[in-house]
Design a protein around this ligand. Sequence first.
Ligand SMILES: *[C@@H]1O[C@H](CO)[C@@H](O)[C@H](O)[C@H]1NC(C)=O
Ligand SMILES: *[C@@H]1O[C@H](CO)[C@@H](O)[C@H](O)[C@H]1NC(C)=O
Ligand SMILES: *[C@@H]1O[C@H](CO)[C@@H](O)[C@H](O)[C@H]1NC(C)=O
Ligand SMILES: *[C@@H]1O[C@H](CO)[C@@H](O)[C@H](O)[C@H]1NC(C)=O
Length: 360
Amino acid sequence: MCCIMSLLMVCWDHVDHHVVSHVKSYSYRYLINSYDFINKSLSVSPEEAARFGSYPYLLNNKDICKNQDVLLLLFVKSSPRNFQRRQAIRSTWGNESYVSHKLGVVVKVVFAMGVHPTSLQKKLHRELHKEHMNHGDLVQQDFLDTFHNLTVKLLLQFHWTHENCAHAHFLMTADDDVFIHLPNLVRYLQDLRRQNVQNLWVGHVHRGAPPIRRRDSKYYMPFDMYQWSSYPDYTAGAGYVVSGDVAAKIYQASLSLNASMYIDDVFMGICAIAAGVSPQEHVYFSGEGKTPYHPCIYEKMITSHGHEDDIRSLWKAATAPQVEGISSGLVGKLYCTAVKMKLLCKPYFTNTYSCAAAFT
Ligand SMILES: *[C@@H]1O[C@H](CO)[C@@H](O)[C@H](O)[C@H]1NC(C)=O
Ligand SMILES: *[C@@H]1O[C@H](CO)[C@@H](O)[C@H](O)[C@H]1NC(C)=O
Ligand SMILES: *[C@@H]1O[C@H](CO)[C@@H](O)[C@H](O)[C@H]1NC(C)=O
Ligand SMILES: *[C@@H]1O[C@H](CO)[C@@H](O)[C@H](O)[C@H]1NC(C)=O
């Protein structure tokens, strides 16, 4: 691999920076695969660590989980102005009373946010306050709600869980433009709970991802902030689940780590190394992409990313009675496998779910 790389670099100096960084990163991930530098270089004192994520609460409701057997605490990373998205979630997959009536479990949906960086603060705060009076599901801290503060929002979620909902069996974090098939997710989690599964961190896993050094990228990573050639494994921030014990371990790890790494899902990977946890792949958790619309997919899907206007129609379609059991029996199974292969296994086309999902 090294020979090929040096040859390429000598003979052809226009070789894509992208390719080189991936080769370096994969080599690091699969040949060296030791991320001890995280424990060594990113540890800070508890006082220093506390500076990254202890902003005062502006809106809070400490009683959300009180005296309830919470199967899943589901944090949605929202932002003050995304009122429409929150409403869409509350009336579809995030409808807690639907979940408790139809599925017989307690799922708590909480929206995490900071302060809008430019809006007229007073007016927006009044509106948020009103929304919070109606729904009681907002948790807001006094930091600027920007892309580069997403790690602060991650810390908020783990701190809040530790303080107010440590008994939840599972914790999930998701973007506010994600569609979650709650009935499928609940069934999956109930299964895990019956088996008393611990040490769980599940989602769409990125392995051996290289830091992006191009300044024009949204995910640009300065060398000062992260000097190594490969990120630890992490799950796509669009939506992932951890078990309660992992939530506690990640919280503990975050109390002595330098949280200046602003890509929140990578920071989660850093915490996980320090906590001795590793992520596992689930083919029906999506990364960037949007689900293909088909009942055979709806029957199995967990998350899908990039939804705004179609959340209501998708919820209706994905929970329609004809979806359940569509792949049962030999004919159903063959039919759905064929459909999913056609939808997911096209070459050179990045889908939400990998081709492997067609066979599960
Ligand atoms: C970092 O430290 C934690 C606990 O102190 C340990 O569980 C973990 O394995 C360490 N990670 C590495 C890569 O050495
Ligand atoms: C939530 O679900 C319940 C029970 O299924 C239903 O009666 C209610 O209208 C739903 N709420 C919203 C906001 O759609
Ligand atoms: C993050 O929030 C803090 C507190 O409001 C603010 O001082 C800081 O500038 C924000 N950082 C970014 C990158 O927006
Ligand atoms: C955290 O890391 C940044 C580099 O990303 C560094 O500038 C800063 O000094 C570190 N903070 C502490 C408290 O070590």
